[in-house]
Ligand binder design. Structure first.
Ligand code: PXP
Length: 242
């Protein structure tokens, strides 16, 4: 059964919309864990537009499953996160103007810059994941850089999966390349209660990072049930005996 880490940035986005102290992502993390998630993910952005240092520190102290921090490899963030020590860091590219992460890191271009970042995070005992496009050359570069995990960007798949079956094949191929390179595969971005099914059926990934669709569903059914519904879908469609 693959694992589910729920991204709770959008709870913090709601809080920041009013510059209030609620809803608190730390409280949300507890509900997510009660719903059966295997982990909590937050993106600590350079501009701190949603998740803040306070959130990450409190989550580290309270999350009972696994804490993943998504971040760009800047000096300030590496120093902070090496001290906080989440279970995993997912390195992502970051543009100030974007609404959400738009594409994977280009490891063929960023390799030199990332080498020392990976070493520092690993030295702090943190598992390192890299958010990349589902492309064999990117997967191999992640292996060379010493990534423990690649998170394949499912943004294009999520937008086009009903029209273009090749988008799923792309994920399957990249997952095979990661297996050959000895790197674990996660997937994330734009996944929801429907488009996640073919990926589960093809057994593309060991880990799923899902945020927006679950938090959006939570508006109607509550966070714990929204997570439990996703967990149930994952259980049914990854069942090896069914
Ligand atoms: N993985 C990464 C690297 C992301 O940046 C995001 C969005 O914050 C997600 C997964 C989750 O995407 P979504 O909110 O669309 O489920």
């Amino acid at each position: 059964m693959p694992s589910l880490s729920v991204n709770i940035d959008h709870v913090a986005t709601l809080r920041q919309a009013r510059l209030e102290s609620f809803p608190d992502p730390v409280q949300a993390a507890t509900a997510v864990e009660l719903g059966g998630a295997d982990g909590i993910t937050v993106h600590l952005r350079n501009d701190r537009r949603h998740i803040t240092n306070r959130d990450v520190e409190l989550l580290r102290a309270t999350v009972k499953t696994e804490l993943t921090v998504e971040m760009a490899g800047t000096e300030e963030l590496v120093r902070l996160i090496a001290r906080v020590r989440p279970d995993q860091v997912t390195l992502v590219p970051e543009l100030r103007s974007e609404v959400t992460t738009t594409s994977g890191i280009d490891l063929l271009r960023e390799r030199r810059k990332l080498e020392p970042v990976v070493q520092r995070l690993k030295k702090a005992g943190i598992r390192v994941s890299m958010f990349i496009e589902p492309d064999t050359a990117q997967v191999e570069a992640a292996g060379v850089l010493g990534a423990d995990v690649v998170e394949l960007n499912t943004d294009r798949y999520s937008r086009g999966w009903t029209r273009k079956p090749a988008l799923l094949d792309e994920l399957v191929r990249a997952s095979g390349a990661a297996g050959a390179a000895g790197v674990a595969v996660h997937v994330g971005h734009g996944l929801d209660y429907r488009n996640v099914v073919p990926i589960l059926q093809k057994r593309v990934a060991a880990g799923y990072s899902i945020g927006f669709s679950i938090v959006a569903r939570a508006v109607f059914v509550g966070l714990k049930d929204a997570v439990a519904e996703m967990r149930r879908i994952m259980e049914v469609y990854s069942c090896e005996r069914c």
